[in-house]
Design a protein around this ligand. Structure first.
Ligand code: FAD
Length: 484
């Protein structure tokens, strides 16, 4: 008999509850374990996201000794078809708490029943499963700090051994033929090309290496370095966690042994708690994916200006730190956390565009795109979310640069055209000296136009003027807030 393991966003073999359970079931039934991944051609993925997924599948296949079958199709339909053809009565899968992912699992469960098979949801990608931590009144937490206290005290399972023996695994290509799959339905994931940015190297081995390097070199200074834009101060594991190539349980187990870096350890655990808090909140309130959590905001008068939005998206706002961050995202599929907050604040509070537009763009670009963390990260910055930064706290891009990129290494790295300018020229409220060229759009709210002459930028180098005046835009945000 065949037992099916349906991989989705859990692309690892270690510390994997569903895989361990599926292997055990196959063994007990004296059958084979068929490891499957279904890639839906209709899923919209940017090139870096597609490369990251392909790399993760490539590494997973290697860890399964070449016995992963990757097929193109709609998840629930394909799983049902293959379960029927292989006469499998059990399909194992990790739980998914997102509205779309949960919907897909429900569809699969329903259609599998019709062919006499069961979908068995086992484990997930969280140390503490969403829905496990409740207030005294039996409801889910709406703010982070009390949730974190309970989360830290909540027991989590020790990492489990789950990598199956090769002898147990069904040989995918023979099976594919037997199941009548067409060659066009069988995919062959490839490793990311050598020239790809490191962020795309998502996969079980890469995750383990990055994590060990982080523990050895960066955990000690993590609490301070994590905010510095130009430093490699964070773990860069978000893409791995989003694809499930490493489990947070594994990270917490290693952190528990990191006695030499108590502060780094605590701050890192807190960051993981944010990820789990947002997943927990979204599971309890699925509508919070696109709707404001904070009920005083439904009628906030956002503008919708495609030209301003395009300038933000393409990194041509004339605010160096914002443009640098947007280029980092476009070129690597990842952005520093502080930069995410700066650009999100800029889009919502300087350009007055709805946070949903920015969130949608991030989801289409980030290799770590995670629906719960992204939507709630946006809501936090926009002032509409859980624990939202109060609406009147508006990031000043220049102050943020001075504090978190004092030598302008981050700006210089992503905006090479500004490398000849000293940091102080990049942090001034007047914009970059000499910024000129096509003026995108200057928006004024009742104050006089104050143009400036091109000067310091070398001749022939183009950099746009600031598209808004930060103080005016800030004042406008506050005015709208008070008038809401
Ligand atoms: P580290 O500092 O090494 O943190 C370790 C891990 O903790 C991260 O990998 C992540 O899983 C978790 N974490 C850290 N900070 C946060 C946070 N603020 N919220 C939730 N989890 C956190 N994170 C995503 O994983 N996917 C997203 O789509 C995403 N979108 C965001 C959008 C906005 C507007 C903002 C402000 C934040 C967003 N974040 C998102 C959170 C955070 O920016 C990233 O997790 C972090 O930058 C990833 O880099 P790292 O792995 O080096 O982080």
């Amino acid at each position: 008999r065949t037992v099916i393991m349906w991989f989705r966003s859990d692309l690892r073999t270690a510390d994997h509850l569903a895989l361990g359970a599926a292997a055990q079931a196959a063994q007990q039934q004296g059958g084979k374990l068929l490891c499957l991944y279904v890639q839906n051609p209709a899923d919209d993925r940017g090139p870096l996201q597609a490369a990251a997924l392909s790399n993760a599948l490539f590494e997973l296949n290697q860890n399964l000794s070449g016995r992963l079958l990757v097929v193109a199709g709609d998840g629930p339909q394909m799983i049902t078809r293959l379960a029927e053809k292989s006469r499998a009565s059990e399909v194992y899968v990790s739980e998914d708490y997102t509205p779309a992912g949960g919907g897909e699992l429900s569809d699969a469960a329903q259609s599998l029943t019709k062919v006499g098979a069961a979908l068995l949801r086992c484990g997930d990608n969280y140390a503490v499963s969403p829905g496990s931590i409740l207030t005294g009144a039996g409801t889910h937490y709406r703010v982070f700090t009390p949730f974190k206290k309970r989360w830290l005290a909540h027991p989590w399972q020790r990492p489990v051994r789950s990598r199956p023996e090769i002898a147990l695994l069904a040989e995918p290509h023979r099976i594919a033929l037997a199941l009548g799959l067409k060659p066009s339905e069988i995919l062959h994931p490839e490793a990311a090309p050598a020239q790809s940015p490191a962020t795309v190297r998502v996969g079980e081995e890469s995750a383990r290496e990055s994590w060990e390097q982080f523990l050895a070199d960066r955990l000690l200074d993590y609490a301070e370095a994590r905010d510095l834009l130009a430093e490699e101060g964070t773990s860069r594991l978000s893409g791995q966690l989003a694809h499930g190539t490493i489990h947070p349980r594994t990270l917490l187990a290693d952190l528990a042994d990191a006695d030499e870096a108590p502060t780094g350890r605590d701050v890192y655990a807190t960051e993981l708690a944010w990820r789990e808090f947002y997943a927990d909140f979204l599971a309890a309130q699925p509508q919070s994916g696109w709707q404001d959590v904070n009920p005083i905001f439904p009628h906030y008068p956002w503008d919708e200006d495609p030209e301003l939005f395009a300038a933000w998206r393409e990194g041509r706002t004339g605010f160096p730190v914002v443009d640098a961050a947007m280029r980092q995202l476009a070129q690597t599929g990842w952005m520093h956390n502080r930069a995410r907050m700066i650009v999100a604040s800029f889009l919502t509070k300087d350009l007055h565009q709805p946070w949903q537009l920015g969130a949608e763009y991030f989801l289409s670009q980030l290799v770590d795109a995670d629906f719960a963390s992204n939507q709630h990260g946006w809501q936090w910055t926009a002032g509409t979310g859980t624990d939202a930064s109060p609406y009147f706290r508006i990031f000043n891009p220049y102050t943020q640069s001075r504090k978190f990129d004092p030598s302008a290494r981050y700006i210089h790295r992503w905006l090479p055209e500004l490398r000849s300018l000293f940091p102080q020229d990049l942090f001034g409220d007047e914009g970059v000296p000499g910024s000129a060229g096509r003026q995108l759009k200057r928006i004024h709210y009742g104050l006089a136009e104050g143009g400036f002459q091109p000067s310091e930028l070398p001749e022939g180098v183009y950099y746009p003027e600031p598209i808004v005046d930060h103080s005016e835009a800030r004042a406008e945000s506050l005015r709208r807030y008070r008038a809401r």
